[in-house]
Design a protein around this ligand. Structure first.
Ligand SMILES: [Zn+2]
Length: 339
């Protein structure tokens, strides 16, 4: 190679990538017939009955399955200094059902009753039972052809008991963590006011917005005698704040929004984990907006009327005429609604 540059090539082996650095002395030649060990691809697609008999840490390259339950709350786990959210769901095909652990942004990618193709899953065993987990290389793709669930009832598939309240949030503590998009390590000294940030682990400088935000915390609601404290996981909170057309720079931003966004409807488990949170549609608010619209219409109508009739109105009365009617008209339109 004549080039002055140093090329960094990325290689992939056994699902782990590593770098090989080529220097000025390195030569690169085209070769053929290279013999290297490789695992033959799984020719037949595995079904859940097959997977249930597999030992731990086996990879499942491809699986088509339907989500049968998704109601379990997610939990936070710290793996290699990085806090991750994990949620287990149950998936099935006609041969059986199995538990699948979804991690972080994968949690929001599935809906109950929908069929997906999962790639690069891995098996784990716990007290003699095999279950599946997604990996960093897992892709989840929705399928048009539905995979039917087994007809026999699944005894483990019991939905979690849930409660619902509609109320304004009394207090909250939210923490926001920033993660490197490449090495996924948590950034301890992340300043949201700066444009750039250098990853403390892989040392790459990136734009502030390239970092992944993870936020979770507690929501406090006032009950008659005491307070109800609910934990909210990243996936649930992120889903909620994404619906608002606001940019949240830090945890305090989110906390302030939660306290001022009005009544919310919250579904939570008996263990006080939030499963779903939505802004509640306030009927009083809708009516009042309607009234304002009516008033605005009346004002505009009156103004246009006063303008067109200007020539007919004598000069001394012109100034007092519109204001008098604007004050009176809205009250008249409101009166029938009050009764
Ligand atoms: Zn990094």
């Amino acid at each position: 190679m004549n080039s002055q540059y140093i090329y960094v090539l990325y290689f992939l082996a056994h699902n782990e990538d590593f770098d090989i650095q080529c220097t000025r002395e390195t030569t690169v030649d085209v070769t053929s017939g290279l013999d290297f060990p490789c695992k033959p691809p799984q020719e037949t697609q595995l079904n859940i009955a097959d997977i249930s008999k597999m030992p731990s840490r086996q990879s499942v390259l491809k699986l088509n399955a339907t989500i049968s339950s998704l109601n379990k709350p997610s939990t936070m786990m710290t793996i290699r200094d990085t806090e991750s959210e994990v949620k287990s769901c149950r998936i099935g095909d006609q041969t059986g059902m199995i538990q699948l652990s979804l991690w972080d942004n994968q949690i929001d990618m599935v809906k109950i009753g929908t069929t997906y193709e999962f790639t690069n899953l891995s098996t784990r065993t716990f007290s003699g039972k095999t279950y599946l987990t997604t990996t960093r290389n897992t892709k989840i793709t929705q399928q048009n052809t539905a995979v039917l669930l087994p007809t026999t009832s699944d005894t483990e598939d019991v939905d979690t008991q849930t409660n619902t309240i509609t109320q304004t949030i009394e207090g909250s503590t939210i923490s926001m963590k920033k993660l490197c998009p490449k090495c996924h390590s948590t950034q301890l000294d992340f300043n949201t006011k700066l444009n750039f940030h250098r990853c403390t682990t892989c040392k790459i400088l990136r734009k502030q917005e390239s970092y992944i935000s993870k936020c979770n915390g507690t929501l406090i609601f006032k009950l008659e005698e005491n307070e109800l404290s609910l934990t909210i996981a990243n996936s649930v909170l992120t889903r909620f704040i994404r619906k608002q057309n606001t940019q949240f720079l830090d945890a305090q931003d989110i906390e302030e929004f939660l306290l001022t966004c009005g009544p919310v409807t919250v579904t939570y488990t008996d263990e006080n984990h939030v499963i779903e949170i939505n802004k509640s549609i306030n009927t009083i608010e809708v009516t009042s907006t309607h009234d304002i619209d009516d008033e605005l219409c009346t004002v505009t109508d009156l103004v246009s009327f006063s303008q067109t009739s200007e020539s007919k109105v004598p000069g001394d009365k012109r100034n007092s005429f519109p204001t008098q009617h604007i004050e009176v008209e809205p009250k008249q339109t409101k009166t029938p609604k009050d009764h």
